[in-house]
Design a protein around this ligand. Structure first.
Ligand code: NAP
Length: 401
């Protein structure tokens, strides 16, 4: 019988038999879950023999939940993530007219998972649209709870929009065109600071070289600009002995310290193509983070191999997930790429401190792709690839451990 992971002041307390809830997901979810859970289980066994084992606990969301319970996101699912702290999920169909904009967004909000974490690392042999994808090794910390993403929007022509427009005109003298939808962009000190804190703590823990704040503060001074300012202040206040702000004129790196720097989002999107080696940990607001993580993921092979997690480092809650959708046309065909969910599993192992098992997953993935065993999405862009099915890919990985 497994035990719960708990959170203490010192960090996570992980038993040797943690209960980890999982959502299989819709569409191709079952195909990739079967592959990913086999790989994760094999890596744990390889690393620890019989002394450690994950006890998986299935919970439901999306179509499977709806068919079983009539609800897209049953209360027990939320409760399971709350109780067991760490979980993993496959992709979910977004219900049309189901009361949710997105089940993923709903879960992030309910559990206050304020960091969207996306490591972006290149595996040799993966087809990439850039010349030197091996120079990319970045980790994106995207703020997950506010910005124009918070859903504070009113529709063009609605009473609310007209009322808001009238209020802004009367009280601020702001003249907004009558036929406008209006969205609000709150960026708080609280959310900015906890995001930046998590990014710097990560950089310290993993010996990363720099943390870059990506923002549009030149134009949006009191939101994006404030994010940048609060970031620098927090770095010097809480991590003064471990970090140094970059000297922008000379770009001189300070020895043994993590360099804190910033970049304006538009230039940044050029520089990650032209000078990717200059970026390491990236801390950014919600909307920027959305664009940046997809742009970076495209450079290292795209949607099939980009893992992610949503984390609250204060409570310990974390949900690891495939970042792509359900790819319904391939459902049940055992063809899609399971790497996104496998690497999310690797992140999860790392997060719970099972580093040996995480490293086994990473090394085996590196080896399997180098041997050119890949699923259709990579095979169609590679020469001399050995195209394998989803389950065969998992089998090759397990053999390579
Ligand atoms: P999608 O499911 O991500 O699929 C779009 C295309 O991406 C697929 O047709 C396929 O391209 C490629 N792809 C996706 N996953 C792949 C994998 N594992 N291996 C190889 N190729 C993969 O996006 P969508 O069709 O826009 O969305 C379908 C459903 O997923 C919607 O209900 C949407 O709301 C939901 N969704 C869920 C999440 C989530 O749960 N995190 C995220 C996004 C979307 P090719 O056809 O070129 O092979």
């Amino acid at each position: 019988m497994g035990h719960k992971i708990t959170k203490t002041k010192e960090g996570l307390r992980v038993p040797s038999d943690p209960i980890i809830p999982f959502i299989i997901g819709d569409g191709t979810g079952p195909d990739i879950w079967r592959a990913a859970s086999a790989v994760i289980g094999a890596a744990v066994k390889k690393a620890y023999g019989k002394t450690r084992e994950i006890e998986w606990k299935e919970i439901f969301a999306g179509e499977k939940a709806y068919n079983k319970t009539g609800e897209w996101l049953p209360a027990e699912t939320e409760e399971a993530f709350r109780q067991y702290l760490v979980g993993i999920k496959g992709p979910l169909t977004t219900p049309v007219g189901g009361g949710y904009r997105s089940l993923n967004v709903a879960l992030r909000q309910k559990l206050n998972l304020y960091v969207c974490l996306r490591p972006v690392k290149y595996y040799e042999g993966v087809p990439s649209p850039v010349k030197k994808p091996q120079l990319i090794d970045a980790v994106v910390f995207r703020e997950n709870t506010e910005d124009v993403y918070a859903g504070l929007e009113v529709e063009e022509g609605s009473n609310e929009a007209l009322k808001l427009r009238h209020f802004l005109s009367e009280n601020f003298g702001w003249d907004i065109r009558k036929d406008s939808g209006i969205g609000i962009k709150p960026i708080s000190r609280t959310a900015s600071e906890r995001l930046v804190r998590a990014a710097i703590q990560y950089a310290v823990k993993y010996n990363r070289k720099s943390v870059t704040f990506v923002h549009k503060g030149n134009i949006q001074k009191f939101t994006e600009g404030a994010f940048r300012q609060w970031g620098y202040e927090l770095a010097s206040r809480e991590f003064g002995d471990k970090t140094a702000a970059a000297d922008k004129t000379s770009n001189k790196e300070t020895e043994n310290k993590i360099i804190i720097k910033d970049a304006i989002a538009d230039i940044f999107l050029q520089q990650i193509l032209t000078r990717p080696a200059e970026f390491d940990v990236i801390a950014t607001t919600n909307l920027n983070g959305d664009y940046i993580s997809d742009a970076l993921a495209a450079q290292i092979g795209g949607i099939g191999i980009a893992p992610g997690a949503n984390i609250n480092y204060e409570t310990g809650h974390a949900i690891f997930e495939a970042t792509h959708g359900t790819a319904p046309k391939y459902a049940g065909k055992n063809v899609v790429n399971p790497c996104s969910l496998i690497l999310s599993g690797e992140m999860m192992l790392e997060y719970i401190g099972w580093k040996e098992a995480a490293d086994i997953v990473d090394e085996s993935l590196t080896r399997t792709i180098a041997q050119r065993h890949v699923t259709y999405d990579f095979a169609r862009l590679m020469e001399n690839a050995n195209q394998v099915s989803t389950s065969e890919f998992a089998g090759k990985m397990i053999n390579n451990m």
